[in-house]
Design a protein around this ligand. Structure first.
Ligand SMILES: [Zn+2]
Length: 615
């Protein structure tokens, strides 16, 4: 058996080709399983054959030399693909039709590095390669090759059976998505429909149905007996469909092809991206693969510009909190921080603030990990951990760009915190997030990183703590029937609203609404549709500043001062929204870790939270 053409390293693979003397002279790929040409006839004329083989070899070497010279003249890289092991993953990056008309192939893909070979550079090829880079979020290095090399690579499109499959349906087309979206009115019909389509179409169908039901994530999980498909909608996961275990292999391979990750790797996590070109926009899907006991878990996050289009005025911040925050945002310098766990809508709030500030007179630069949504008129840059471009380095670089407003995705270490604070103190408005449960918790968090109190106090303008709760469906919400304990809890929380907040609540006249069991057509049977933020916001006032400088820095102490000055807690804001019929008490109590915010020691707590979450 002939040794397959392989080399020990990428460098070796890419080093200028030596004439492949040891390899069989014909371009027959190492895959010798293919039926041989008539052997009997060949034997008779073996001497003539040998001569012609020799001639072919010489001619081939001549042609390669010419190609190499041509590359040198043009200042380009050169490579011979004659014995190069081209992987299907690389080849499939470019559709056969496009490869043939442009005489260009992708012959190597390692991480986000792609190598493309062509026989003649052209404007069209350059444009095409740029598109490839954008589509794959990768860097493409171009190599000049001989006609023979291209021919050999093009032939691989049909010699490797996997490649054919790869090419077929490599992209998800808008018309197919539309077709499925039309057939399905929401995710509850997925199970019925999914059994009737081919494996190739399952993923298109899944995405179509997720668009229709406004899901933010699709989870595809291999389990012992079957394959589970779940959708996250308004923050809650729902079972959408189950597929027979036999389909797993095909589904996971296709997902990996679409996402541009390694197909034969299933024991380490991988990240990829699927881009679907729609008529007026493109739909990006971030795909993450994680090994699990029974295969892999795949999560597809749908990045839809629409979902981030929230305006500042529609965030759901109201009353005194709104007036005060607005004043802080209009200041030319200082720091505005949002806090909350993952999925609490922090980024949406930051984006809404940036959009409000966005004007031709302001230079706004962001540093994100990763950039999920493009914002017009704002310079967005992305963290690259593997290249050492982290928040601290990125922030330093950004400040040299003379910005007015800077957004830093997250502050999680002293270095980043210090640079951000310096920037805030020297005439920049800095917006960022920090990982704490409450707004007041941001102060002790900063200080525990090692930030100096005398720098933090003057730099900080405002801190926003937030959660997202589901909005009751306007079409089917019903009056709430509350247990005496829930009602008492709600009354107690609302009854303790700070007098300085100027909010008057008539405790005796409180009315709440609830989700209707089984919902309606409009809310896909959920009883809820969309989400709204609940907030607690405090500003840096003289009193807070003095407290920080005086060493009164526990979360509790900061919160006490903030409440005295008119802050309302997330739980209070949420219950006020519940009293307005926007959401349910259950949602608010589950989302706002009530125990943190009610200062009375006997405050009812945790079990309620659990209940609310599973509801
Ligand atoms: Zn409804």
């Amino acid at each position: 058996m002939a040794k397959p053409a392989s080399a020990s390293s990428i460098e070796e693979l890419l080093s200028p080709a030596k004439p492949a003397v040891s390899a069989p002279a014909t371009a027959t790929p190492a895959k010798s399983a293919a039926p041989q040409k008539p052997v009997t006839a060949k034997k008779i004329t073996s001497a003539t054959d040998k001569l012609s083989e020799k001639m072919t070899e010489i001619q081939w070497q001549e042609k390669e030399k010419l190609a190499q010279q041509h590359a040198t003249d043009l200042g380009m890289n050169y490579i011979s693909l004659r014995a190069f092991p081209i992987a299907p993953e690389a080849l499939s990056l470019i559709l056969r039709k496009e490869a043939e008309t442009r005489r260009l192939v992708a012959f190597l893909k390692v991480g986000n590095e792609i190598r493309v070979a062509l026989t003649e550079p052209s404007e069209d090829a350059t444009k095409f390669i740029k598109e490839l880079e954008d589509r794959e979020h990768a860097h493409v290095e171009v190599y000049l090759v001989s006609d023979d090399s291209i021919e050999r690579a093009l032939k691989l499109y049909d010699t490797l059976p996997e490649v054919k499959e790869v090419i077929y349906g490599y992209r998800i087309e808008e018309k197919d998505l539309e077709r499925y979206a039309e057939e399905i009115s929401d995710f509850r019909q997925l199970q019925e429909r999914i059994g009737k389509v081919s494996t190739t179409d399952i993923i298109t169908l899944m995405i179509g149905a997720s668009l229709k039901s406004n899901a933010s994530d699709i989870h595809v999980e291999a389990e012992e007996e079957d394959v589970k498909i779940r959708y996250r909608m308004d923050g809650i996961l729902h079972d959408a469909a189950t597929l027979p275990r036999e389909t797993w292999k095909q589904i996971i391979s296709r997902l990996k092809l679409l996402a541009g990750v390694k197909i034969n790797v299933d024991d380490v996590p991988q990240d990829g991206r699927i881009t679907i070109y729609l008529t007026n926009e493109k739909l990006d899907i971030r795909v993450s693969f994680l090994p699990t006991s029974f295969g892999e878990s795949v999560v597809m996050r749908l990045l839809r510009p629409k979902s981030i289009a929230l305006e500042f005025d529609n965030l759901g911040i109201r009353g005194l909190a709104l007036t005060r925050l607005q004043a802080e945002i209009e200041k030319p310098n200082g720091m505005i921080i949002t806090t909350g766990p993952t999925g609490s809508g922090k980024t949406t709030t930051l984006y809404a603030i940036l959009k409000k500030l966005n004007s031709p007179e302001e230079k706004i630069i962001t540093l994100e990990d990763p950039v999920e949504y493009k914002l017009k008129g704002i310079n967005q840059s992305q963290i690259q951990h593997d290249k050492g471009y982290d928040f601290a380095k990125g922030l330093r670089a950004i400040l040299r760009q003379d910005p007015d407003v800077v957004m830093v995705g997250e502050i999680r270490d002293l270095e980043t915190a210090d640079i951000a604070i310096q920037a805030a103190l020297t005439g920049h408005l800095v917006v960022s997030t920090i990982h704490t449960n409450s707004a007041a918790g941001a102060i002790p968090r900063f200080l525990s990183m090692g930030v100096k109190p005398f720098l933090l106090a003057p730099a900080l303008n405002a801190v926003i703590g937030q959660r997202l709760v589901r909005r009751l469906c306007e079409k089917c919400k019903v009056p709430a029937v509350l247990s005496p304990s829930s009602l008492a809890q709600a009354k107690q929380i609302l009854g303790s609203i700070s007098p300085a907040s100027n909010i008057k609540v008539d405790i005796g006249a409180l009315k709440f609404m609830d989700a209707k069991k089984g919902g309606c057509e409009f809310c896909h049977g959920q009883g809820y549709k969309g989400r709204v933020g609940i907030y607690e916001i405090f500003n840096m006032t003289k009193t807070v500043e003095e407290a920080i400088l005086g060493g009164a820095i526990s979360e509790y102490q900061i919160q006490e001062i903030a409440l005295k000055e008119g802050m309302i807690t997330m739980a209070q804001d949420g219950l006020l929204k519940a009293a307005d019929g926007l959401t349910s008490i259950e949602e608010v109590l589950a989302a706002s870790n009530v125990d943190t915010f009610v200062t009375e020691p006997e405050a009812p707590v945790a079990p309620k939270t659990e209940e609310g979450k599973t509801a």
